[in-house]
Each structure stands twice: as C-alpha cells, then as structure tokens.
Design a binder for this molecule. Structure first.
Ligand code: URA
Length: 236
C-alpha cells in the first residue's frame, strides 16, 4: 500500500498533508525518514511514525457516537442529515455504516463500523444482544402494563414481541426498557399497544457498550481496545 494511502485510511493525514510532512522529514518508516509519500509500505509489518507518533493500521473501524435529535441512521438521505455527517470525511471513505437503526428523534448510543460481518452478527435475532433505552411516556404505566410488557405484547400488525424488560421509576412515566430484538419503531409501537405514547427515547447501552457520560450529544470516538474486544466477543 502507498504510504500516503496508508496515512489517509488510518485517518492520520490527507494525501497532500502526507506529501508535505514527508518533504519536511516528519515521516519515518522503520525508523528511517522518507522524503516522498508515494513509497510502498506493508501496513501489517512496517512501523510508520507521523510527526513522532506511531500509526497503527486497522482493517476495521468501530465508532461509538452519541446521536443527537433530528439525524437519521442511514448513510445517505435526501431530506435529513445522517449520522455519518457527524464524522470527518475519512470515516465516510472507510465505508462506515450504522450497526442498527435509531429513529430520527431517538438519541444516544450508536455503533458505526465497516465490519459487515460483525454488524450482521450483532443484529442477528438469534444472538439476543440486549439494547437498553431510557424512556419517558405520556401517561403513567401501571404494574399490570409493565407485566404485559415483560411477557411480550402483540403489536398492531399482529407481531408478538419477545419479552422485554422494563424498570419503572417512581413517577411511573419514565424508566429503562431492555429489548433483545430490534423491530421497526419497536418501543413506540409497544407503548402504543398499551394506548400510551413515547415522549423521550435514548439508547444507553448496546450489548457490552454503554453510552459514556463524558461523550456530548453529537460527539463520537473510536472504541477503546477493551470495548472493541467486548463487541467482537458478543458477535462470536
Ligand atoms: N424503538 C423505537 O421505537 N425507536 C428506536 O429508535 C429504537 C427502539
């Protein structure tokens, strides 16, 4: 792989920045400065340093994003901004896509990846990967309604949901719902089946990943090595 491509796919530098840095002697390959960024390197074996910092090659990328209101979980949309637009352009170039969908007005944890196999496994209904949502609803929920929720509900299209957990706060209007499946508008439709209405929905965890308290709305970061391993384990 060309050095400038390597620096671009690792989100280190654009090709023109790489050219300038090479001419300035700021890139080393296996300890030796290179003068041009179009040299060939082996991304798996060669040790590249950019401005003194080692650059790691990653075949796949995993991004954790705190989805804000109004963004759609798609790679392209003619009308609304997409979650991909919250990432720098290099990430779009990797071919990242959202692993599962959140509705336009749902907030919180989204995983984006370019590893189609892992995404497919995490979303497979057979794996029962748990997703937790903080919610608020229009009318108070009764104990009996929570029980129906836990047993599984029949939605308006006749689909019978798998049992879902619900922890209700003392106000009876809010709490945390845990799903092990991800049908279209599932929580909204489950509440509608109880003649109620969701007024706030935020995903707070997805499998082993938890929405970090210090990640502002609209912000993102790559998974830590531990989080990445946990996601790969959950997808086994
Ligand atoms: N259930 C919903 O209704 N919406 C979401 O975004 C996620 C789960």
């Amino acid at each position: 792989m060309r050095l400038d491509k390597f620096l671009s796919v690792t989100a280190t530098a654009t090709r023109s920045e790489a050219g300038k840095a090479a001419r300035a002697g700021q890139i080393t390959v296996n300890g030796a400065p290179v003068k041009k960024a179009d040299v060939q390197i082996d991304p798996e074996r060669d040790a590249v340093c950019y401005c003194g910092t080692p650059v790691c090659y990653k075949q796949y990328h995993y991004v954790l994003l705190n989805k804000p209101d109004g963004y759609v979980s798609a790679t392209e949309d003619g009308r609304d901004p997409t979650v991909l637009e919250l990432l720098p352009p290099q990430y779009t170039a990797f071919g990242l896509f959202p692993c599962g969908r959140l509705d336009k007005h749902t907030l919180g944890l989204m995983l984006l990846t370019d590893n189609g196999d892992v995404a497919h496994r995490l979303l497979s209904p057979r794996r029962h990967v748990a997703k937790r949502y903080a919610f608020r609803c229009k009318f108070p929920l009764t104990k009996e309604e929570c029980e129906r929720f836990r047993e599984g509900l029949v939605l308006e299209d006749g689909y019978e949901t798998k049992p879902a957990d619900i922890e209700l706060n003392a106000d009876a209007h809010s709490g945390v719902i845990t799903l092990v499946e991800g049908k279209y508008h599932q929580i909204k439709r489950m509440l509608e089946a109880l003649h109620n209405q969701i007024t706030y929905l935020e995903r707070i965890s997805f499998g082993p990943l938890t929405l970090p308290a210090d990640l502002p709305r609209g912000a993102w970061r790559e998974l830590t090595a531990e989080e990445e391993q946990a996601i790969l384990d959950a997808a086994k």
